[in-house]
Design a protein around this ligand. Structure first.
Ligand SMILES: Cc1cc2nc3c(=O)[nH]c(=O)nc-3n(C[C@H](O)[C@H](O)[C@H](O)COP(=O)(O)O)c2cc1C
Length: 351
């Protein structure tokens, strides 16, 4: 209620990317004031055995997490933990810092409860993430850290792309509970490296081989877009099943084929970009169902795309997902969405 009445109208006065950053920084600053973090935790903690789960060998205190792109270096991981999120996908990270596309590059579509983004993966590189994550007192927070890695914008040859994934994977290995390999192109969700399946298997084979020599097994997941054509999706899934990939993050932003309430004029003014939020939900749900059926439940699924309410989360879990991630819901509904979702799941369980 507080978020809807006070925080959101204030946020709407500024471009979404800046206002989200300012709000997260303010909340992070407030956490340093004695009693603030415990108070947030007290207001958002939900405990229940039926929420806990082990997925791809990692124990999660609940099935709701933060999607990639909101906290690229992991600096807000403990803040999200206070709000009840049980995992966060940090990144997408590239080995070196990069600025991404020119601003503005994130837009709101309120009539569709959606966001349009064409960020080009701006991030401060793996060293910044390492310094943020090293400062954390891991014993005080149960939040799991998924590290989403991708290739730098200037890496265009196959050799350079593979080298970026290798570097990010090696340097982040000790800081990740699991990895997500992001081969999607958020600007054109139907394209990206997934359209080049030989490059996809070259990248993943390298990482799975590297993992053999490291201490401690870190699950490697692949993020796949709902906009992949069905034949390509099936070949990606067959490869994932054969290669030893530990799971799939399914969904992501939708392409422009979705039907929107926003005027064509406004969409034209905004220009290119993937569409997150409500319009991504149906495609995500169908992809989750398809993956669950094709893999006969052998590939754990993290559903991501248009999950804006506890009921949406329930539908994604019933469709075959083991975990759900949110980005747009945090923008449109506020961080209380994790607690609300847990309350809903517990209520269903107790019925
Ligand atoms: C502004 C913005 C930036 C994003 N950045 C990334 C990113 O760096 N890496 C990534 O894998 N996904 C990124 N995403 C996609 C989200 O992780 C998520 O897949 C997508 O927003 C769909 O979920 P939602 O409908 O809950 O927002 C971004 C999305 C938005 C809106």
């Amino acid at each position: 209620m507080l978020y809807k009445l006070l925080v959101k109208p204030l946020l709407s006065l500024f471009p979404p990317e800046s206002s989200t950053g300012v709000l997260l920084r303010m909340l992070k600053g407030a956490r340093r004031i004695p009693l603030v973090a415990p108070l947030i935790r007290a207001g958002h903690s939900v405990k229940g055995k039926s929420l806990e789960r082990e997925v791809f060998g990692v124990r999660f205190s609940g099935p709701v997490g933060v999607a990639a792109g909101l906290d690229r270096s992991g600096e807000f991981a403990d803040l999200f933990s206070d709000f009840g999120f049980s995992f966060i996908e940090i990144g997408s990270l590239t080995p070196l810092p990069q600025d991404g596309e020119a601003r503005p590059r994130v837009f709101t579509l309120p009539r569709d409860t959606a966001l349009v983004s064409r960020t080009g993966n701006p991030n401060k590189g793996v060293q910044q993430a390492i310094s943020e994550l090293s400062r954390r007192d891991r014993s005080r927070s149960r939040i799991r850290i998924g590290v989403n890695i991708t290739a730098g914008i200037r890496s265009v040859t196959e050799e350079a792309i593979i080298s970026d994934y290798r570097t990010a994977f090696a340097q982040m290995y000790d800081f990740a509970d699991y990895f997500v390999v992001n081969l999607t192109d958020t600007r054109h969700p139907d394209q990206g490296l997934q359209a080049d399946s030989s490059l996809m298997s070259d990248v993943l084979d390298e990482l799975l081989e590297m993992r053999l020599v490291y201490d401690g097994y870190k699950p490697v997941l692949l993020k796949v877009s709902s906009d992949l054509n069905p034949g390509l999706l099936d070949s990606v899934l067959d490869y994932a099943l054969l290669s030893g990939i530990d799971g799939i993050v399914a969904g992501g932003p939708a392409g422009r084929s979705v039907t929107l309430n926003t005027s064509a004029q406004r969409l034209y003014e905004i220009g290119e970009g993937g569409i997150s939020g409500a319009p991504a939900f149906q495609g995500m749900l169908e992809t989750v169902r398809h993956i669950a059926a094709r893999s006969k439940g052998r590939l754990p699924i993290v559903a991501c795309g248009g999950i804006l309410s506890p009921k949406d989360a329930q539908m994604a879990l019933e469709a075959g997902a083991s975990l759900v991630e949110m980005y747009s819901a945090i923008w449109y509904k506020g961080p209380k969405i994790a607690k609300k979702t847990y309350d809903h799941i517990l209520h269903l369980h107790d019925r």
